[in-house]
Design a protein around this ligand. Sequence first.
Ligand code: SF4
Length: 325
Amino acid sequence: MTLLEVKNLKKYYEISQGLFKPKVVVKAVDNVSFSIKKGETFALVGESGCGKSTTGKTLLRLTGTTSGEILYKGKDLLALSAEKMRSLRAEMQMVFQDPYASLNPKMTIKQILMEPLRVHNKFQPEERLEKILKILEIVGLSKEHLDRHPNEFSGGQRQRIGIARAVILNPDFIVADEPVSALDVSVQSQVINLMLELQKEFGLTYLFISHDLSVVEHMTDRVAVMYLGKIVELVDTEELFANPKHPYTQALISAVPASHPKEVKERIVLKGDVPNPANPPSGCTFHTRCPFAMDICKSVVPALTEIESGHITSCHLYTNNKEEK
Ligand code: SF4
């Protein structure tokens, strides 16, 4: 069953180049479509600035949208009043990348976890403390932590508090934006395992945003790869790692460390940096870095096409256009 469907989502920004110069439009999210099934973990991956975090924020309406549709349980989120959206947010929560910045340093853990219950008027006031204690226990913290402030915890513990705050309202859907990238590697797997346990216990659906493909491989069911605001490949996680089609995905996967010492991996090093999104290359926006670029790639935008069952990508290598080289 589809929980969330995104259709032709666009988020453009106008940026000023200075006095007397025309503004330029940055297409942070450009015509993105995907759907997320109930109970699955759907990943958005790509380098910094590819539009994955902006996409996550638009889904919760934490930032505005230029156009497109976001259907959650069949409801068009962009058509909802601010008040209706506010009450729906209890079901749609976010876990942020930086557990240091996302918790108010002046509040105790009890206050941090009480606030969403109060704002959304969940449970009777006398039941709320019991709920907080239960959630703290689930995320591996305890009653003694209630009156402490965020600065008294380690990074991993703070992220556990961030996760507790997200799940305390019994949500159905969580956008997790780089939830482990600010943590030490030794703590990352504990937080990931916690998220997987919570998913099982509460039937959660995740949108998991990450640039770390080894975490994505372990944690997610399907993946959409983004480059300069567009999805360039979308497929089941297992298939993506076994059989990546888009040259950009191939390069990203080649950079994932080998999981076995005997596994030999050939790293594909891309030339140059990600182009300026205010002035993206013509045609396929990846052509300036692609090892397989053809003439057609410079002028014709490749369409997202299902090239194998359930495997979607946008690349002229897999279309008839290849012959026009
Ligand atoms: Fe490379 Fe061309 Fe495919 Fe773009 S369309 S990824 S430039 S081969």
